[in-house]
Design a protein around this ligand. Structure first.
Ligand SMILES: Nc1ncnc2c1ncn2[C@@H]1O[C@H](COP(=O)(O)OP(=O)(O)OP(=O)(O)O)[C@@H](O)[C@H]1O
Ligand SMILES: O=P(O)(O)OC[C@@]1(O)O[C@H](CO)[C@@H](O)[C@@H]1O
Length: 310
């Protein structure tokens, strides 16, 4: 089984506009609502691959919609029901600039008792899982060491932990050496505390993290693809040129591709291709949506992948 944890789910409201003008009245062409939050997006992608996945996290009284969406898709869920409301994140997609602006709320305040309930649940499901995905920001009241504490508690040879977080949650999490991390360049810059101007610098810093004991360091670079640093080698992955309709959740699809490959024990190059293809299929869609197996099968062979160092 694969367990995904979304401490800070979101009702994602995507608003499609043309030529957004800040400070003016803008007309909305169309809008849509999706169940969002990073771990939830990972779970949606994994389900489309037919993997056995369960989604955990905190859920507020206003967000039954999220549970219903996941259950409609056949995804198992076991969320901790909290007193305060789940956030709504606004995604403004400007189709003339092909640009998405994210307005993400901090999320609800979560109590100590609610945090303990989620921790217990994660510890329970981790015992039955091969892969554990810890993804996204932490809502208010949750200590920045949340992921670190979980990794320390559940880490074992049999469980592969993927951490996709930012800022302090990532910094602390890294201290416990998860199996894999997936920072984007900005997140990696925050970890190393400096601007990374060239691909060489990105690789250099990624290598240091890998050498510190993290097996896979996958650095995503948006429309420039990614660099994946593993013990098998360093891979430069080039994206496919497609019509981009929305980039929200591309990173989560990338993570899901790795979770799938690791779960199935696939070779690293095949895993990377699936991850890149899955993220490509997501950018071809409006809103926060997952990719499908059929889309990946079409896109996979178009992914350019080059081993640049052993
Ligand atoms: N404009 C694009 N064109 C083609 N592929 C893209 C584009 N943007 C993203 N991708 C694909 O998605 C992957 C992950 O994207 P990105 O680096 O934006 O993740 P992220 O910053 O974690 O995103 P998010 O937090 O919104 O999920 C990239 O490595 C690439 O394969
Ligand atoms: O505020 P966070 O937790 O960092 O990110 C939340 C979020 O932007 O991430 C997903 C896309 O990756 C969206 O579904 C969601 O709204």
């Amino acid at each position: 089984m694969i367990t995904t944890v979304t401490a800070n789910p979101a009702i994602d409201r995507t608003i499609i506009v043309e030529d957004l003008k800040i400070g003016y009245v803008n007309r909305v062409i169309r809008s849509r609502v999706d169940a969002g939050g990073k771990g939830i997006n990972v779970a949606k992608n994994l389900k489309n691959f037919g993997d056995d996945v369960i989604a955990l996290g905190f859920i507020g009284p206003n967000a039954k919609y999220i549970i219903d969406c996941l259950e409609d898709e056949g995804i198992k869920t076991d969320f901790v029901k909290i007193k305060n409301e789940t956030r709504t994140n606004i995604k403004i997609s400007d189709i003339s600039r092909m640009e998405v602006t994210d307005l993400n709320e901090y999320g609800p305040y979560v109590s100590e008792e609610e945090i303990e309930l989620l921790k217990k649940s994660i510890f329970k499901y981790a015992k039955e899982s091969k892969v554990l995905v810890l993804s996204g920001s932490l809502p208010q009241g949750v200590p920045k060491t949340f992921y670190k504490d979980i990794i320390r508690e559940v880490k074992s040879g049999d469980l592969k932990i993927i951490l996709d977080a930012d800022k302090e949650a990532l910094l602390y999490g890294i201290e416990e050496k998860p199996y894999m991390i997936k920072p984007n360049v900005q997140e990696l810059e925050d970890v190393v505390g400096k601007k990374l101007e060239s691909l060489e610098e990105v690789i250099e810093e990624g290598k240091k993290l890998k050498d510190s004991g993290i097996e896979i360091v996958a650095i995503s670079m948006g429309g420039r693809g990614s660099v994946v640093i593993t013990k098998e080698g360093i891979y430069r992955v080039m994206p496919v040129k497609v019509e981009v309709k929305g980039t929200v959740g591309a990173g989560d699809a990338f993570v899901a591709g790795f979770a799938h490959g690791i779960y199935k024990g696939l070779p690293i190059e095949e895993t990377i291709k699936i991850a890149a293809a899955l993220s490509t299929s997501v950018v071809m869609k409006e809103g926060t949506r997952a990719g499908t197996l059929e889309e990946v099968n079409i896109l996979k062979d178009k992914i350019g992948i080059e081993r640049i160092e052993r």
